[in-house]
Design a protein around this ligand. Structure first.
Ligand code: BGC
Length: 740
């Protein structure tokens, strides 16, 4: 035992010494290189441009090509495939004076060519190992395709389903979101950034991009510093602690200052408080956009503000290239500031292994071997199944029997490929997508399956009712009806906010017409945001929230429908009853007039209950779980103590199944008011039918810290409630206190 311990320490020490030596080498190399660079070349390293893409493939506009040759471009994005990127890298290496290699960035958000579930869907798996594996495999496929930098993870906490980009994040909860942020960074970057199968990650969008007023993309963000620090910042911090190489600015303002010009965010918090030492890139033309924000009068002032804030790389705006040298001449910026930014970017290039071999990521044989490999396809299926959330299953309508004689599949997602890839699928290959129709056919080969699209998504006017009759007819002639409804991939994501979160187009009418036929019906809801499913919940016996699952969507859904996989996903975002309840999230405050049905003057609506349609953490299984025996190891804790909270969970149904056991606390009295519930732990367990297990959680008083009235981050003495169960409404309750 001792020997093993000593060997581990020795190995760790050797690694530390090695890392120090590497850093010394790196620093010397970069110092030497920077000594040779002109100011113009240095500013060039701060410049990131996009490649275009036309029918013949990727293209770089002539102007950028010339700037590249002149050493005025440090990185490119939206350029991929080994052949194309090799050409560009050769230009940088062979045609520029100093031959500094390019970094190639891309939005690899949920897979590169093989697409995994949208991030919001994956978060519903509550499976950190799987999420990390998705990131690792996305990195592998992207790196094989000539990329070495992804603009992901997006860790913006979002509580407003009107906001289209809710699909790209991990939902509403800070604790879970932080763990997922960490898992993704580790997955993308692995242990060694210079491994050609990993990529640098870029956590985004710093900060609080997920809280735009009215859910309208790019809109104003305004919140107290307490809420910012407590709810919105921790996932970015978790990514920084996990070693993320880069971070992206956000488009929005924070407390009156556009994030991209905020020294408070990028220097005081990010660098000084958190110790981040990678580089900061702007979002797309975010420096230029500080002019319409009204914080500066022109782009030159914008460049000054951004560099002064600590922003290193200018994405697509070209303003650093245009103005920084002039600003230095005028004494408004210093060359030292530019040197700091360049050094950070060159360090990343070193870390990626590009100075050793600029063509490290550019191997055509590797590309052929890795793209769409079995490993990727298998993972797409696995992650797909694990992301699905069963919302309703009246009288155990599901799972369906494989012996079913006839099925009517109705709705615009039924025989669809592209929309199942979801938002930000970038170069995801539509032709590889397994449709729902195909998935059903594979699973029930003897069934007669009739597919009727019924209508479109109400997008660009595709809301004809011409096929309603055919849909009704198909339903009449089938034993089971499956509705495949939801959003197309452009109805959520960037610049895709909606003020109405019901089924778009005339799909709701289609559903209502089909329900009149009275057949056993399952609604598969495929969307990138929580939809208002109130009518469907009241009228359709089985509801499966599938989200957009990517390449293996149809197969994953069929596995769940026919019971080859027992669904275990749990919502990471609250589903409102209607859009008027937004924002609605589980860890709200109690208010001074909490809901009381018998008292008019309490916090509520006249026309809708306060409760959501489906709460955070909710999701059904084909089996059932019973919770009992909540035990808390100590009733009173001193500051610094730990407490173990345990509960017995029993699979009380007749199928094996997985359950996400969730632990919530409530801090009853604080120097500032505390939420009614806060997630503090979870564990996903597999229980065989009839099996029981005790699940233990250990939390310390540090886990109960918050920003107190004078903004200290610490726990306070007092009483706490503990709730355990399978969703945020968990009712099994215990108490403990932190002693004075
Ligand atoms: C988005 C970013 C993205 C960037 C580059 C922007 O419009 O906000 O999330 O990484 O474009 O494609």
């Amino acid at each position: 035992m001792k020997k093993i311990f000593a060997a581990t320490i020795l190995a760790a020490l050797t690694l530390t010494v090695q890392a120090q030596e590497d850093n010394t080498k790196r620093d010397a190399f970069i110092k030497d290189l920077m000594g040779k660079m002109t100011l113009e070349e240095k500013i060039g390293q701060l410049t990131l441009y996009t490649s275009g893409w036309d029918v013949t493939g990727p293209t770089l506009n002539e102007n950028y090509k010339n700037e590249l040759k002149a050493g005025k471009v440090g990185a490119l994005f939206n350029a991929h495939t080994v052949k194309y990127n090799r050409d560009l890298q050769e230009t940088a290496v062979k045609k520029t004076r100093l031959g500094i290699p390019l970094i190639f960035g891309y939005d690899v958000i949920h897979g590169h060519r093989t697409i995994f579930p949208i991030p919001l869907a994956e978060s519903c798996s509550w499976d950190l190992d799987m999420i990390r594996e998705s990131a690792r495999l996305s990195a592998k496929e992207a790196a094989a395709s000539g990329l070495n930098w992804t603009f992901n993870p997006m860790v913006d906490i979002a509580r407003d389903p009107r906001w289209g980009r809710i699909s790209e994040g991990s939902g509403e909860d800070t604790y879970l979101g932080s763990l997922i942020a960490k898992a993704k960074v580790k997955g993308y970057q692995g242990d060694d950034l210079s491994d050609p199968l990993t990529v640098a990650a870029c956590v985004k969008h710093f900060a609080a991009y997920g809280a735009p007023q009215a859910g309208r993309d790019y809109s104003t963000v305004d919140m107290s510093e307490r809420v910012l620090r407590e709810t919105y910042l921790p996932p970015y911090k978790a990514a920084v602690d996990a070693g993320v190489e880069t971070i992206m600015t956000s488009f929005n303002e924070v407390d009156g200052v556009p994030a991209t010009g905020s020294k408070w965010l990028f220097t005081d918090i990010l660098r000084k408080e958190w110790g981040f030492n990678g580089f900061v890139v702007t979002d797309y033309t975010a420096i230029n956009e500080m002019v319409p924000h009204g914080i500066v009068a022109n782009e030159k002032e914008a460049a000054e503000l951004a560099l002064n804030a600590g922003v290193d790389m200018d994405m697509q705006g070209g303003v650093y290239n245009q103005y920084v040298a002039e600003l230095i001449k005028e004494g408004k910026l210093t060359e030292e500031q530019v040197n700091t930014a360049v050094r950070r970017i060159l360090e990343s290039k070193w870390n990626l292994g590009l100075f050793k071999d600029p063509y490290l990521y550019l191997d055509e044989k590797r590309e052929k071997k890795i793209l769409y490999s079995q490993e990727l396809m298998d993972h797409a299926l696995e992650s797909g199944k694990r992301s699905i959330v069963l919302l309703k299953n009246e009288n155990n309508l599901l799972p369906l029997s494989k012996e079913v004689k006839s099925i009517a599949l109705i709705g615009p997602l039924g025989d669809n490929q592209i929309d199942l890839l979801g938002s930000w699928h970038a170069s995801g290959n539509e032709s590889k997508v397994v449709t729902i129709l195909q998935g059903l056919k594979e699973k029930a080969p003897n069934a007669k399956i009739t597919y009727v699209k019924g209508t479109g998504f109400g997008f660009d006017g595709d809301d004809s009712k011409d096929e309603f009759e055919a849909a009704i007819e198909a339903a009449r002639n089938a034993d089971v009806v499956i509705l495949a409804v939801g959003e197309n991939y452009r109805q959520n994501g960037e610049a895709a906010s909606r003020s109405d979160i019901t089924l778009p187009g005339v799909q709701q009418e289609l559903v209502e017409e089909v329900m009149k036929v009275g057949k056993p019906t399952v609604a598969l809801v495929g969307a990138g945001r929580p939809l208002d499913l109130s009518w469907i919940d009241a009228n359709v016996p089985a509801i499966v929230n599938t989200w957009h699952l990517g390449t293996m969507h149809g197969r994953a859904v069929a596995d769940v429908l026919f019971g080859d996989y027992n669904p275990a996903g749990k919502l990471t975002i609250t589903f409102p009853r209607n859009v008027g309840q937004v924002p609605i999230y589980y860890n709200m405050k109690n208010t001074g007039r909490p809901f009381d049905a018998n008292n008019k003057y309490t916090s509520k609506y006249l026309d809708v209950p306060n409760t959501p349609l489906y709460p955070f953490g909710y999701g059904l299984s084909y089996t059932t779980f019973e919770y009992s025996g909540l035990n808390i190891s100590k009733s009173s804790l001193n500051m610094g103590d730990e407490v173990t909270i345990s509960v017995n969970v029993k699979n009380s149904g007749s199928r094996d199944g997985e359950e996400v056991v969730q632990l919530y606390i409530r801090d009853l009295v604080g120097s500032v008011t505390r939420p009614v519930r806060e997630l503090k732990g979870f564990e996903k367990i597999l229980l065989k039918a009839g099996e029981s297990r005790t699940v233990n959680f250990t939390i310390s008083t540090d886990d109960l810290a918050f920003y107190t009235r004078n903004m200290d981050f610490k726990a306070e003495p007092g009483d706490f409630e503990v709730y355990m169960g399978g969703d945020s409404n968990a009712s099994l309750k215990g108490t403990f206190k932190i002693a004075e």
